[in-house]
Write a protein that binds this ligand. Structure first.
Ligand code: FES
Length: 159
């Protein structure tokens, strides 16, 4: 009977030690894992205003190409990528900003001034000056960005 009591006291100490150790481990481990893993759980990028350049660069009625470098974060990886945006204005006050990424399979479109059209080299997609589909396989117009002008500078909303 006495030996059985000692064993059970010893077992109790073991269980108590492991329990306290486990609780301390959880107390440190869960916040540490959450801190390390949190970037991977972020699925949405914050939208920020990206400065393209001066409005004076845009010629009336001609889509004008702006190229800017933006940083994108995916999980822990930060990449810098170049964004190419065509800006069009008819009156110098209202602007539209279009992505140069074709809405078919993502190739880069180019503005060909002599033909007054955007052309996609991959499958001959053609878009008009406002980015509407004229012919070819693209299913919809070129994507547009929200635009604002501050102190003569063009900004687009992107992430
Ligand atoms: S990717 Fe542009 S037409 Fe196919």
């Amino acid at each position: 009977m006495k030996e059985k009591d000692e064993i059970s006291r010893r077992d109790f100490m073991k269980v108590a030690t492991w329990s306290i150790g486990g609780l301390i481990g959880l107390g440190w481990g869960i916040p540490a894992i959450a801190y390390v893993a949190s970037p991977a759980w972020k699925s949405e990028q914050a939208q920020v205003w990206i400065r393209l350049g001066a409005t004076s660069k845009v010629e009336l009625g001609v889509p004008t190409l702006f190229k800017v470098k933006v940083k994108r974060q995916t999980g822990w990886i930060v990449n810098e990528e170049e964004l190419s945006v065509y800006v069009l204005t008819e009156d110098g006050r209202n602007y539209i900003a279009m992505s140069n990424v074709c809405t078919h399979l993502g190739c880069r479109v180019r503005w060909i001034a002599e033909q007054d059209r955007f052309f996609c080299p991959c499958h001959n997609g053609v878009f008009d000056q406002q980015g509407n589909v004229v012919s070819g396989p693209p299913p919809r117009p070129l994507n547009q960005y929200q635009v604002k002008v501050e102190d003569g500078q063009l900004f687009i909303l992107g992430g």
